[in-house]
Write a new protein. Sequence first.
Length: 233
Amino acid sequence: MYLLIADGSPALAQSFITQGLDEIPTKYEFVAHCVTKHGDWAMALSHSPTSRCTSVFWSVDERIDSDLLLAEVGAFQDFAFHPMLVPCVMFAATLEIGIKRRHSIKQKLRVLESGTHRLIQQGAQSSINDHRGYGRLHEASASIETLFELLGSCRREQASREGRYHFWSSYHDVLVEGFKYAEQALTYVPPDLFIKAHLGLQQWTAITWRKFESLKARDVDHVARVDNVSDMV
């Protein structure tokens, strides 16, 4: 089902708006799919202004806390008429997974940096003529091998994160398009109720987007620090 929704893509976010002859929206479709080390998920959503109904297929694997996602939806049940509710919930949840993963990568980088500095200090204090020199060289060799493995791991994880940038950006673009659709199609919803839900979801999306930009900036710093360690090893 995942690959059918995503048309074979490991990460996809798209939306489609059908309009009548009067250019008034008659249908909205949203498709998203993401494969990650920490949980695969897929979503297919459609909304009809005629039936005033939103239909959602939403699937996550066991590595993603589905109870937490459902609790988020329940917390915004007054916004249930808005077709962007579930996509907003998933957008925030996906970024939270990325933020938690960033903490794990940061800890690994700290270990790499401290290990590199310690190895350099040990090398400066040791001498080939020292009677313990051979033992120290052997220890240093083992430490360097471990650091190279850790360095390779940091690079691989960063590369996978960079691959998510396009997905998160495209997902955000789809949400923005969905909000524009809602402004045209949900005219049957009482204005005060619509404005409350619409602005609330837009603000939530804006906050999540700022988190993404912060995460991306920290990842730039991560790359610079990894490159710095690479030059020292």
